[in-house]
Design a protein around this ligand. Structure first.
Ligand SMILES: [Zn+2]
Ligand SMILES: [Zn+2]
Length: 437
């Protein structure tokens, strides 16, 4: 299926702005994920920041990107890089990012392609485009400066997941900071993002209006729950996203419950290997290595069967949409001593959401009632409301552009508080341009 007709279906203006910097969201301006944003100056120097898709059911795609030679990919989550293969194959775009983001990207695209086949939803690119995208990377270490025309660029640590970067852009007229997904709090894997002085801050507002519960309390409740389940002889099934969450959870278990027998399955195993090859992206590389040596990695059918007797199974998919999670659930569901511990947000339409709301999960297309105890814990690595406000203040940003956000619930409370602190606040809409004078 063809979504775009290159050069003809883009919402992007043909001529550069007459002065200042223009920004234009192709996606992710007034929604979570699906990010794509173009910066351009009066000389026609332009750059795309992220080009993802929203892995909802059915998926959402950003507007068509204009012909653009350079794109920065902030991190390796599919909502930030899912459409890059289309970009590279149609426009020969160079992808800029950290070495770890580049390494993980191919796996994320392959998985996206596989899921699109299984679920029967269309993608704008095919398997050959993955090869083109994989060979389109130009990698940059954190804090290494590079240039594009008159722009000075630099990637700095965004927290969130290993390899995740914020982009600093210094143009003739403005200093811009684009956060990608970020968190100022430390997680087991990464240190929190540090503010930097800028004129205009483009900040993700996923958690506008909401503050996270304290990390210590969340970990305590999570640990207590696992102890309850294992004490009664049950297995705790812990669905977790592959890229970031799986490793955070294994490190947390290793630190707080080292006596347990923890098995790990799914794509998170390969991601962990790549993370360990890039210690510069980790807060404490030896902590990940120790945790990884300690847990048991499932690699065969017989390992899978052995895992059914474990204390904990950490596995993808994190939203119980297929993957080994479902294989384990189908076997563990018969024994009420077992329990499910969800470790993140469950999107509407996902298996995890159905489990929470209706008590059933589709198992190989069959609506299956699940009588196990289910609990949900927030291990989010997105900045909460207070962290966003504090970050903007410390960046001394005159203007704050809030994107990657629910425009009806999350964004309004952020707008209100940021304005009360004296910032000029922009609320971008996909497909509409704004010029920063
Ligand atoms: Zn995101
Ligand atoms: Zn992300």
């Amino acid at each position: 299926m063809v979504f775009y007709s290159p050069g003809r279906t883009t919402s992007y203006p043909e001529i550069p702005p007459s002065n200042g910097i223009r920004y234009h969201y192709l996606g992710g301006g007034n929604e979570v994920g699906n990010v794509g944003c173009v910066f351009e100056d009066k000389y026609g120097t332009k750059m795309l920041l992220d080009y993802g898709l929203a892995p909802t059911d059915p998926p959402k795609y950003p507007h068509e990107a204009p012909n653009i030679k350079d794109a920065v990919i902030t991190h390796s989550h599919i909502d930030h890089l899912g459409m890059a293969p289309w970009l590279c194959s149609n426009h020969r775009t160079r992808l800029h990012g950290t070495p770890l983001t580049a390494k993980i990207s191919q796996m994320m695209w392959n998985d996206c392609y596989k899921v699109s086949r299984l679920e029967g939803y269309p993608l704008a690119w095919d398997k050959r485009d993955i090869d083109i995208a994989t060979s389109s990377w130009y990698t940059h270490q954190f804090n290494e400066k590079w240039e594009k025309d008159s722009w000075k660029l630099e990637l700095t640590k965004a927290g969130h997941i290993p390899g995740a970067a914020m982009l600093n852009v210094e143009t003739e007229t403005h200093k811009l900071l684009f956060t990608g997904d970020f968190d100022t709090r430390d997680s087991p894997l990464v240190s929190g993002a540090k503010p930097e002085k800028c004129d205009v801050l483009f900040v993700e507002g996923t958690y506008g209006g909401r503050d996270h519960p304290s990390k210590d309390e969340t970990i305590e409740a999570f640990v207590d729950r696992i102890v309850e389940v294992t004490d009664r002889g049950g297995t705790a099934l812990i669905p977790a996203f592959a890229n970031g969450r799986t490793q955070d959870i294994v490190m947390t278990l290793h630190k707080h419950l080292p006596e347990l027998d923890v098995h790990v399955d799914g794509m998170g195993k390969r991601v962990a290997q790549l993370q360990m090859e890039h210690p510069e992206s980790l807060r404490d590389p030896s902590a990940l290595e120790d945790a990884w040596r300690w847990c048991r990695r499932v690699s065969s059918k017989s390992d899978k069967k052995k895992a059914l007797d474990a204390d904990c199974i950490v596995s993808t998919s994190g939203m119980m949409d297929g993957g080994p999670s479902i294989w384990y659930l189908n076997r563990l569901r018969m024994d009420p001593k077992n329990a499910i511990l969800l470790t993140g947000y469950q999107a509407s339409g996902s298996g995890g959401r159905m489990l929470l709301d209706e008590g059933h999960v589709p198992i190989w297309d069959k609506r299956t009632p699940i009588d196990l105890e289910v609990s949900q814990f927030s291990f989010s690595t997105h900045a909460g409301h207070s962290e966003i406000v504090e970050f903007a203040e410390k960046c001394q940003a005159e203007t704050v552009v809030i994107y990657h956000t629910d425009p009806n619930h999350a964004r309004p409370p952020l707008v209100e508080e940021l304005e009360s602190k004296g910032h000029t606040v922009h609320t971008p809409i996909n497909g509409k341009s704004t010029v920063l004078e």
